[in-house]
Design a protein around this ligand. Structure first.
Ligand code: SAM
Length: 251
């Protein structure tokens, strides 16, 4: 199995593939003040196994949701969950890269993306996706964000190497404004979204994962990398989190 296949195998059994919570999804939706009565077309981009897609489908009974991810294995899990929850009729899945979305201009009332836009970069993604929104359509996107203006050298250089686009919330707001979005709200995900909802469940799957792959070197290396990421977060959590950005297309 190559590295990507291992990564998918480790993460597909997770309820979510990144930090978050149903509560945060609901909070961002409320802040967006999206009209819930009218029919809505929503895209959830980089949806993974669909934690946010399914929360949105429950919270927006008049919405059709198109859930997009690069990996069909994640979307298969999403489809099964949507089925179990009686939501399948309103959820369509699409295997596609988020930088090659095949949608028409102005197709969506709301674009949602949690913990995924970094794959193509924040400025690039919000710029590209704006054409898909109706005039005054809404974008809710989460992005790694500095929680303070200054931080220790070790956490700065780690993120400089991992994702140099990391910045403060005020700087991200400016990026949104320059791309013709009007910011509505921002909040940072609390620690529970990382530890209780993402890292602890992930850690609880490590033993079974290693066993499934006969303790192979590649599987052990992946687990070690994940453990390092978790230890790093535990040490430096006051300095960074995902920021949830809620804004409107005013271009
Ligand atoms: N939104 C989900 C959540 O919060 O649980 C998943 C977040 S996970 C950190 C990032 C997701 O982006 C994964 O599901 C991954 O498969 C997807 N992804 C990575 N590159 C992508 C691309 N180029 N196009 C679409 N999805 C992509």
């Amino acid at each position: 199995m190559d590295e990507i296949e291992l990564l998918i195998d480790l993460h597909r059994q997770g309820f979510r593939q990144g930090p978050g919570s149903d509560k945060a999804t609901q909070q961002a939706l409320e802040l967006s003040q999206v009209g819930r009565e009218k029919p809505l077309h929503v895209a959830d981009i980089g949806c993974g196994t669909g934690a946010s897609t399914l929360a949105l489908a429950r919270l927006l009974p008049n919405a059709r949701i198109t859930a997009v991810d690069l990996f069909p294995e994640f979307l298969d899990v999403l489809k099964a969950r949507a089925d179990e929850q009686g939501l399948a009729q309103r959820v369509t899945t699409l295997v596609c890269s988020m930088d090659k979305l095949p949608f028409r201009d102005g197709e969506f009332d709301l674009i949602w993306s949690e913990g995924a836009i970094y794959n193509i970069g924040f400025a690039n993604g919000i710029g590209d996706w704006r054409r898909l929104l109706k005039a005054n359509g809404l974008l809710v996107v989460s992005e790694i964000t500095w929680l303070s203006e200054s931080r220790p050298e070790e956490v700065q250089s780690y993120w400089d190497s991992q994702y140099p686009e990391i910045d403060t919330a005020s700087a991200k707001m400016q990026v949104l404004e320059h791309a013709a979005y009007s910011p509505i709200a921002f909040f940072a995900l609390p620690q529970s979204c990382w530890l209780e909802n993402y890292y602890r469940p992930l850690q609880s799957r490590f033993d079974a994962f290693l066993e499934r792959h006969s303790e192979s070197e590649e599987a052990a290396r992946l687990v070690e990398l994940e453990q390092k990421e978790i230890a790093f977060y535990e040490k430096y959590s006051p300095y960074y989190s995902y920021g949830m950005y809620v804004c409107r297309n005013v271009g």
